[in-house]
Design a protein around this ligand. Structure first.
Ligand code: FES
Length: 111
C-alpha cells in the first residue's frame, strides 16, 4: 500500500489517500465537501478535473475513455501518484447535458 498526497486546487485542502482507497471515501473521512450521489461511477456528481497526476478508475463507467484521462470520478478513483484535483469540474459530456437541461433530475431530488 502506498500513500499519496492529494491537493484540491482553489481550496487549499490537502489529504492523504492510499492506492487502496477511493478519493471520495477519504474526502468524507476528512470532512471535505466533495459532492457525490450514486457512488457507483455512473452519475458523474463526484467528478473532479485531474490537474496533475494519475488515478486508476476502471469502474468509472460514466466517463468515456478520453474523459477518464482528464477527469476522476472520485467515488471510483484511486490515486497512482500525488495529485492535484479541481473538484466540481465536469467532463464535456455532462456539461452539454446540463446546458440542455437533461441532467437536472439528480440535482432536484428534494423529498
Ligand atoms: S457519485 Fe456518482 S459517479 Fe461518483
Amino acid at each position: 500500500m502506498t500513500d499519496y498526497t492529494i491537493e484540491f486546487v482553489g481550496t487549499g485542502e490537502t489529504i492523504t489517500c492510499s492506492d487502496k482507497e477511493t478519493i471520495l471515501s477519504r474526502c468524507l473521512e476528512e470532512g471535505i465537501a466533495q459532492e457525490y450521489s450514486c457512488r457507483v461511477g455512473m452519475c458523474l456528481a463526484c467528478s473532479a478535473e485531474i490537474v496533475e497526476g494519475e488515478v486508476t478508475q476502471p469502474a468509472a463507467r460514466g466517463l468515456t475513455e478520453e474523459e477518464a484521462e482528464s477527469y476522476a470520478l472520485t467515488c471510483m478513483a484511486r490515486p497512482q501518484s500525488d495529485l492535484k484535483l479541481d473538484r466540481g469540474e465536469y467532463p464535456p459530456s455532462i456539461e452539454s447535458e446540463l446546458e440542455a437541461g437533461g441532467a437536472g433530475e439528480t440535482a432536484a431530488a428534494d423529498d
